[in-house]
Ligand binder design. Structure first.
Ligand code: PMP
Length: 439
């Protein structure tokens, strides 16, 4: 049980005095679920332990990176050895060459450029797409998150195809005027947008399989349709695999649907828990980048030797057996969640994209739909009973399971989850399902 939170509460008060909202990334603040965010002090395998000494089974995994679990001995040793040789030189190093080679070997990209965050990766991919095509407009989908890039922090207007309106103060209308926001999985909307703006569209950017509105996989070969439509119109298809890359399969969602994008973005797992991300794609497109070409992009800590060592060691340990184990663990957890919720009569939908999945607490008391994908877009994902998720989340937390503190997030598994952890999870789920039923 995790009923002592005094030290987390005291750190949160101190944090709130010096940092907006007490956190350095908004979702950590528990605003969606209420309560005191837990300040973690250590991690080991599938567990994280907070400053009050409560240990949790971790189903967030740092929002994706910790594929192998926390403090993996081989990753830790490689990082310690790298640190002892110095932490940054501002010159090329061998580890970044090897990480680049590993990414090229695992994915369809021919050339890759390393950066330090997923946000930088998508921002740079957009600039490259605009530079290479000489066009301005970008198509994105409502509910897909690509980091806090100004042009991508746009909300849809009221019509199906509207130019984006700024999604946050501080982003100007001019910045989002070239962003077209469409409903996800809506082929007709994409066709209409290209009919209207076809020769102005530089790129369509999409999460390869969205995980930032909860898990809402593409239906009816949506990615293949996007790739084809882009090709027919001289636009580029950018697949954002920051969340899915190297997590769902050796490559990512590409390993599931095999649709070849013009450009791709990566992050999370490839940094092994350090700030490393990348964008890559066709060699002819990547050659537009400085110093080969004229599209400028750079970074003081890009390809940092510690981050690249952690990422490379993680990827080398992420073998086919690891991905098979992740799939199996994920399927078991999904089954345990379904059983617990059904027992208490709580309506739910579970959607999965490989080992990524999320649980939607839906309104309908009908039996969960099997077969057809119930939630296809952001509007569907938004129709959740949020107070039910909050009750479920807190009961899980009290029982020692750390879930994403928002109903719009994927659950992340690690290869370190073992039978003891699954037994703990099953017990927690029984209580949490009752808490959700009581809302
Ligand atoms: N793209 C996707 C699909 C993401 O999930 C995220 C982060 N959750 C980003 C981009 C941004 O990555 P970062 O937080 O490293 O900037």
């Amino acid at each position: 049980m995790s009923d002592h939170t005094e030290l987390s509460a005291s750190l949160f008060a101190r944090a709130s005095a010096v940092t907006p909202g007490g956190v350095n990334s908004p979702v950590r603040a528990f605003r969606a679920v209420g309560g005191t965010p837990r300040f973690m002090a250590s991690g080991d395998g599938c567990h994280i332990t907070d400053v009050d000494g409560n240990t949790y089974l971790d189903l967030v995994c740092s929002w994706g990176p910790m594929l192998l679990g926390h403090a993996h001995p081989e990753v830790t040793a490689a990082v310690q050895a790298a640190v002892s040789r110095g932490t940054s030189y501002g010159t090329p190093t061998q580890a970044e060459v090897e990480l680049g080679e590993e990414i090229v070997a695992r994915t369809p990209v021919e050339k890759v450029r390393l950066v330090s965050s997923g946000t930088e990766a998508t921002m740079s991919a957009l600039r490259l797409a605009r530079g290479a095509t000489g066009r301005a407009k970008i198509v994105k989908f409502a509910g897909c998150y690509h980091g806090h890039v100004d042009a991508l922090l746009a909300q849809a207007g009221s019509g199906v195809i509207t130019l984006g309106i700024p999604g946050t103060p501080g982003v100007t209308e001019a910045t989002t005027a070239d962003t077209i926001v469409l409903p996800y999985n809506d082929q007709a909307a994409v066709t209409e947008a290209f009919a209207q703006y076809g020769d102005q569209i530089a790129a369509v950017i999409t999460e390869a399989s969205p995980g930032n509105m909860g898990v809402v996989p593409p239906v009816d070969n949506f990615n293949a349709f996007l790739a084809r439509t882009c090709k027919e119109n001289g636009a580029l298809f950018i697949s954002d695999e920051v969340m899915t890359g190297f997590r769902i399969t050796r490559s990512g969602w590409y390993g599931v649907d095999g649709v070849k994008p013009d450009l791709m973005t990566f992050g999370k797992v490839m940094g092994g828990g350090f700030p490393a991300a990348a964008f890559g794609g066709r060699a002819d497109l990547m050659s537009h980048l400085a110093p080969e070409g004229s599209v400028y992009q750079a970074g003081t800590l890009s390809g940092n030797p510690i981050a690249t060592t952690a990422g490379l060691t993680t990827l080398r340990l992420a073998t086919d057996e690891v991905y098979a184990r992740l799939d199996q663990t994920s399927a078991t957890i999904q089954r345990l969640v379904a059983t617990a919720l059904e027992k208490e009569g709580v309506p739910y939908v579970i959607q999965a994209a490989g080992n990524l999945f999320s649980v939607f607490f839906v309104e309908s008391s009908e039996a969960p739909v099997t077969g057809a994908q119930q939630i296809r877009d952001f509007a569907g994902a938004s129709a959740q009973v949020l107070p039910r998720f909050a009750a479920f989340f807190h009961a899980m937390l009290d029982a020692g399971v750390y879930l994403p503190p928002s109903a719009f997030e994927a659950w992340f598994v690690s290869a370190a989850i073992d039978d003891d952890a699954l037994a703990k999870l099953e017990t927690a789920l029984a209580t949490a399902a009752r808490a959700a039923a009581a809302v």
